[in-house]
Write a protein that binds this ligand. Structure first.
Ligand SMILES: C[S@@+](CC[C@H](N)C(=O)[O-])C[C@H]1O[C@@H](n2cnc3c(N)ncnc32)[C@H](O)[C@@H]1O
Length: 416
């Protein structure tokens, strides 16, 4: 049986001039934004990262760097000796509080000195955090991305300049006013030349607590006390109660409302309502993806809990938190000399020469802070950790025959 394909219309029986079949235009497949992060005819941008493996009999001095390396047997022992040196010669006691009191001040100085000299087109984002790039596809739909500790904009500008999603909103935040100024001064702010998507930069401290007034406020300001769906559910319940019945004098009514809230499993969120603070323009439970890249390491461990609580409150359920940061015994830690450990009571937290703080994480520490329960009594964890990886790279100084290890941690966690 002869088949007539859609592109070959049946021959006409009429005597008029024959219709010349036309081939339907075959459009080239639309290129995804993620593919455009790769060079048209070459290897993916940044793909050498992760591709050079030091196996078996290869000469370590053949290249400058090797990926996914195994640490040598004596590595831990040597690292422990250096840690002991750090512990025995910490920062002088009278200087410690100064570094912790106004940490943003040192970052301001950093960005004043370097302006956007540190800006890099971070092409590795596409390989490591495709979830971030996915928000910029033309068919992604409305998406909100929050970048915390944005610095000079190393994540937000590469994302914005390739963005094809008209409904992408990127919020870039940093507690350094100077960093935010640098972002705002970029010619791509608040839109790249193509005009798609929007960038909003503001000053925000990830460790900030809600201002005392915000816990009783019902406005939808940056510290709106009631997260996501809870806001509607709670206010609906409250609106069903006659005003004069909501005060303590009518204990029975109040108790019924409390029980109802508990039945609806809202108690965890209403507890949280007094505990978080969000950046300007961010509604609780609204963010699709948060990126926190080399930022948690700048916090004091006692600030971790508040930081994670804030991030949790900003994300929508199912939203993703993406973290990349320094791993324990990374070269940057082992290179540190005397008088930089901030406090022997807090191992692995240092002061750099420019006064900024830096912490080196164990994987379990990052995992632990994310899997905390939403409330003390609750049995629901904040996040499900979907990736917890250690990225180890061997850097070789061929001239001096030196071998040095970079260790970075990468975490992806989904809000439960
Ligand atoms: C090492 S830089 C990384 C900058 C940027 N994320 C990047 O990867 O290029 C750390 C950044 O975190 C910011 N930062 C540190 N502590 C912060 C905090 N508590 N709240 C908000 N930003 C903070 C600093 O101002 C600085 O811009």
């Amino acid at each position: 049986m002869s088949e007539i394909s859609a592109s070959q219309p049946e021959a006409s029986s009429s005597t008029s001039s024959p219709v010349i079949p036309t081939e339907p235009a075959v459009l080239p497949p639309k290129m995804r934004v993620a593919d455009k992060w790769v060079k048209p005819n070459g290897p993916p941008v940044g793909s050498t990262f992760g591709a050079r493996l030091l196996d078996g009999d290869r000469d370590v001095f053949e290249h400058n760097a090797w990926d996914h390396v195994t640490l040598p047997e004596d590595f831990k022992l040597k690292a422990a000796e250096i840690m002991e040196l750090h512990r025995s010669s910490p920062v002088a006691e009278n200087l410690r509080d100064g570094y912790n009191a106004k940490p943003a001040h040192y970052w301001d100085k950093f960005y004043t000195n370097h302006e956007d000299g540190f800006f890099k087109d971070r092409t590795w984002l596409r390989l490591e955090f495709p979830e971030l790039v996915a928000c910029s596809e033309s068919d992604a739909g409305p998406k909100i991305v929050l970048e915390v500790g944005c610095g000079a904009g190393n994540t937000v500008f590469p994302l914005l300049m390739r963005n094809e999603n008209p409904d992408l909103k990127i919020f870039a935040t940093d507690y350094s006013k100077k960093a935010v100024q640098v972002v705002k001064a970029n010619k791509m702010y608040p839109r790249a030349e193509h005009g798609l998507g929007e960038l909003n930069a503001s000053v925000w401290d990830i460790t900030s607590k809600p201002s005392p007034s915000s816990s009783s406020s019902s406005s939808s300001s940056s510290t709106d006390p009631i997260p996501n769906n809870t806001s509607t559910a709670t206010s609906m319940l409250e609106s069903q109660i006659p005003e004069h019945d909501t005060n303590d004098s009518n204990g029975g009514e109040v108790k019924i409302v409390e029980d109802t809230l508990n039945d609806l499993s809202l108690s965890e969120n209403t507890k949280l309502e007094k505990e978080y603070s969000l950046p300007e323009g961010i509604e609780p439970g609204s963010v699709d993806v948060i990126s926190v890249i080399f930022v948690l390491s700048a916090l004091h461990p006692k600030e971790w809990k508040q930081a994670i609580t804030n991030l949790y409150a900003a994300l929508r359920p199912g939203g993703l938190l993406l973290i990349r940061d320094y791993g324990r015994h990374d070269l940057a830690q082992l290179r540190i000399k005397k008088n930089r450990l901030l406090d022997p009571e807090t191992p692995n937290l240092y002061i750099r020469g420019d006064g900024t703080r830096v912490y080196f994480f164990e994987k379990e520490e990052l995992e632990g802070m994310l899997t905390n329960p939403v409330s003390e009594e609750g049995n629901k964890n904040m996040f499900e950790v979907v990736q917890l990886g250690e990225d180890r790279r061997l850097i070789v100084n061929r001239k001096e025959k030196k071998q040095m290890y970079r260790i970075w941690l990468q975490v992806k966690a989904k809000k439960l």
